[in-house]
Ligand binder design. Structure first.
Ligand code: PCD
Length: 792
């Protein structure tokens, strides 16, 4: 249950280690003292604006920049041709494709970058855009993903040599033959076509950068909205041919990332080029429409799902065929060996005999993306698929959906459990989590209430989702992004007075790392969190690592932080043995001090040891001065958090409006570092889920015009649309993580959409409805109630 404010109001009661504690960063963020990219002001700084294509598909016949160049305040106008001359017209994406930095030959989605202007202020830059005269020859756009592979579809990626169709990749997992065999012998097969629509992470702060190239030092400083500063720096070095040690990427405060700030966007590169060309610092800051139409969207999967079971409800197998819309450039970030991300976990939390998935990814004339919006690489889609099809099975078999799930869970003694698609779930104990959610919800009473309401013609629905995620990418033996292994560095320094600074490779975007990583060090070293500074986001001051997304910070960098603290503790022990004149074997660690075994009166605190480590006098033989350590942590496996969600909705039969009345979320992320932050993460993710399930969708008209280009058209939930969340938890530690923690940051975004959709479909049961596609807007629910197919 959510704790009362008083429990954590008082930071004087803060734990030395894990527990509720107010966020250290809020002191500045809540006072408006945060420093975001747009707050960066440098002397002589210029401003950049981007000209974007109004068409989804067109040849560029000519571009005339002369009037723009003559416009007041304009310092430079750059086109694709200029960049081509510098060898910079194209850049690699984070999934081994290339993307145009500025279009040269043609434009391939509405909103694509065609030219940019650098001027003295933002208004002059924007005004000059109007003066650029581009002649386009409009081409037929490929908007319908189902038609992208038809032989008469125009080929989008004519830039790729020898490309004659719109294929991106084909991918397969599981055992097809075995799955077909199990299906053939099953009593019941249920099939459903399920769409996960294109949605957008829409962080509060849009993307932007300030580039400052110093030609004398040859040094580039880039402030940018990036969730992965080190990976970006390496890529800039490779793309621009700048020496890596002369590039400093600084991600200051970030106003939400949600996967939107993982890719490298052309705008970042524009600001770099702009600064090199003008010799001045150059700022680029996107507006809301630019963010919505041109930066990483998410999902866009069309899935055919089939489930096979016995008449008694034992699930035997799942198979699926997926058509994935990747837009004009494959701009998703995914580990190289996982082109469909971690979609392979579509077998969910159930013990199956067989599973198989076939996927085809295609190019369309839409913005690139496929980013993991609050999703560990396509897990959101996988969880939605399995939790929807399991509900469809419950509907067919007339079994209660909670009972069906309980009957099929992987059992605690089966962990570590290898799924039929080869994922090794580290730990789990599903039934208690499910039972707790049912108890909190008052499940049986809810079903009674529903029966009474149904009898009166009222539409009430109860939806369940149970999920297992795979987060914490990942073991470097099989996970890398563009060849960069997914391990994380961490450095810890304890100063002479016992205050400490820990340097992370991951980057907080609002989830509170400055607090929780201090808590991890505090737990391991007994130094109060207030005495520990957490540094992140500046590549000159932090060790290399792959960044924050896919809820990987706690599983990977959190482990690194715990282990680097243990290294420091080991050294502290040697120093303590010298100070207390006993052997190391005679020392006990009590949080914050070493004590002589059997003589608790003789002890030295970590602060005293720190002073001694830097102080006068000899240290034990072979011990160097100072108290610090560094580490690069390579996880042996992912962590697999799980959760049970129950949603209660009421539907107005007159307007078809869905109201989420209650939502119960029981999460298991193993050891909980800061329960207050965890609850905040869950609240945010559940709100995301309401958005995706009920209102968010980026759609296109037949010309490829983006219809979700503003927050008037692309609806996101506010406090008014969400209930008071009811949260609970169970704790099943990860056996391979040094503190047993699993990720939590995306659990609720992953788990809530199926719970909400299942609730809506359950409410519509009297209409004989087994499935309806998101977003369940009043018009879609109305159509469903009237038996009309929902439009794709
Ligand atoms: N935790 C604790 N405990 C445990 C776990 C965890 O305490 N066990 C906590 C930590 O520390 C942090 C948080 O919680 O603080 C989270 O975590 P994680 O799970 O590890 O995660 P990360 O990595 O850190 O982060 C990331 C995530 C993601 S991924 C996303 S989307 C989102 C989330 O995060 N985003 C965001 N959340 C958030 N929040 C905020 N505020 N903002 C943002 O932006 Mo992706 O892939 O990118 O799509």
């Amino acid at each position: 249950q959510d704790a009362k404010l008083t429990e954590f109001e008082d930071n004087d009661q803060k734990p030395v280690g894990f527990g509720r504690m107010l966020r250290k960063e809020d002191a500045r963020l809540l006072r408006g003292r945060g420093r975001f990219v747009d707050d960066v002001q440098l002397p002589g700084m210029l401003h950049l604006a981007i000209l974007r294509s109004p068409f989804a598909h067109a040849n560029i016949v000519s571009i005339d920049t002369s009037a723009a160049e003559a416009s007041p305040g304009v310092k430079a106008v750059v086109t694709g041709e200029t960049l081509k001359g510098l060898g910079l017209a194209w850049m690699p994406t984070l999934s081994n494709d290339v993307q145009a930095v500025l279009a040269t030959d043609r434009v391939r989605f509405q909103g694509q970058e065609v030219a940019f202007v650098v001027a003295e202020d933002r208004y002059q830059a924007r005004d000059a855009l109007e003066l650029i005269d581009v002649e386009y020859e409009v081409l037929e756009p490929v908007v319908d993903v189902r038609k992208a592979l038809s032989p008469d579809a125009p080929v989008i990626r004519t830039d790729l040599e020898g490309k004659t169709d719109n294929h991106v990749f084909d991918w397969e997992t599981g055992d097809e033959e075995e799955t077909n065999r199990v299906f053939a012998s099953a009593d019941v097969i249920v099939k459903e076509d399920i769409v996960y629509p294109r949605v957008h992470p829409a962080p509060m702060e849009t993307c932007g950068s300030v580039a400052d190239f110093d030609p004398v030092e040859g040094k580039l400083r880039l402030w940018s909205t990036t969730q992965a500063p080190h990976a970006h720096r390496t890529l800039y070095a490779i793309v621009a041919g700048l020496p890596e040690h002369k590039i400093q990427v600084i991600a200051p405060d970030i106003g939400g990332g949600f996967g939107n700030k993982v890719p490298i966007y052309p705008g970042y590169v524009h600001s770099i080029v702009g600064s090199i060309v003008t010799g001045k610092p150059v700022k680029w800051m996107e507006d809301r429409s630019e963010n919505l139409i041109s930066t990483g969207f998410a999902r866009d999967y069309i899935m055919r799902a089939e489930i096979a079971a016995t008449r008694e409800g034992k699930i035997l197998a799942i198979r699926t065929n997926v058509l994935a819309d990747h837009g004009a450039f494959n701009g998703t970030a995914a580990p190289v060996k996982y082109p469909a991300g971690f979609f392979g976990v579509f077998t969910g939390s159930y013990d199956l005999q067989a599973a198989h998935c076939k996927m085809t990814a295609v190019y369309t004339n839409k913005a690139p993306g496929g980013v993991a919006y609050a999703c560990s690489f396509r897990i959101t889609e996988a969880v939605y698929l399995v939790e929807r099809i399991v509900d469809a099975l419950a509907y067919e078999l007339q079994i209660d959906p909670a009972e069906l799930r309980l009957k099929n869970f992987i059992q605690p003694e089966q962990f570590p459990y290898t799924t039929k698609t080869g994922w090794v779930y580290d730990s789990g104990d599903y039934e208690p989590t499910m039972r707790l959610a049912m108890e909190m919800a008052g499940y049986d009473e809810l079903r009674k209430e529903q029966a009474e309401k149904r009898a009166r013609g009222e539409l009430m629905g109860i939806g369940i989702a149970f999920f297992t995620e795979a987060v914490g990418a990942g073991p470097r033996k099989n996970m890398d992004i563009l060849g960069l292994g997914m391990a994380d560095g961490c450095e810890l320094r304890v100063h002479p007075t016992g205050k400490a600074v820990v340097r992370l490779s991951v980057k907080t975007q609002g989830q509170g790392h400055e607090t929780t990583f201090a808590q991890i060090i505090a737990e391991e070293l007994g130094i109060p969190p207030a005495d520990i500074d957490v540094l992140h986001g500046d590549t000159d001051n932090t060790p290399f690592g792959l960044g924050t997304y896919g809820s990987r910070s706690t599983p990977v960098s959190g482990a690194a932080a715990a282990l680097v603290a243990r290294k420091v503790r080991d050294k502290a022990k040697l120093i303590a043995s010298g100070m207390l004149e006993v052997s190391v074997a005679d020392l006990d660690w009590v949080k914050g001090a070493f004590q002589v075994k059997g003589d608790p009166g003789r002890s030295v605190t970590i602060q005293e040891i720190a002073f001694r480590a830097h102080g006068a006098g000899d240290l034990p033989d072979g011990v160097e001065g100072g108290l610090e350590a560094q580490i690069c942590y390579n996880p042996s496996n992912l962590t697999y958090p799980h959760g049970a969600y129950i949603c209660v909705v009421d539907i107005d039969p007159g307007t078809a409006e869905v109201k989420v009345r209650r939502f119960i979320a029981v999460d298991d992320c193993g050891t909980r570092i800061n329960p207050m932050i965890i609850e905040g993460q869950v609240h945010g993710g559940l709100t995301d889920g309401v958005g995706m399930a009920l209102m968010e969708m980026i759609s296109f008209d037949e010309d490829g015009n983006c219809l979700g280009a503003s927050l008037m058209d692309y609806l996101i939930p506010t406090a008014l649309e969400v209930p008071d969340w009811e949260t609970g938890y169970t704790v099943t530690p990860s056996p391979h993580h040094p503190i047993g923690a699993k990720g939590i940051g995306e659990s609720a975004t992953v788990g809530s959409p199926p719970a909400i959709v299942n609730a809506v479909v359950d409410a519509l049961k009297p209409f004989g409805i087994r499935h309806a596609d998101m977003p369940l807007t009043p018009s879609r629910v109305w159509d469903a109630m009237r038996g009309q197919a929902t439009p794709p």
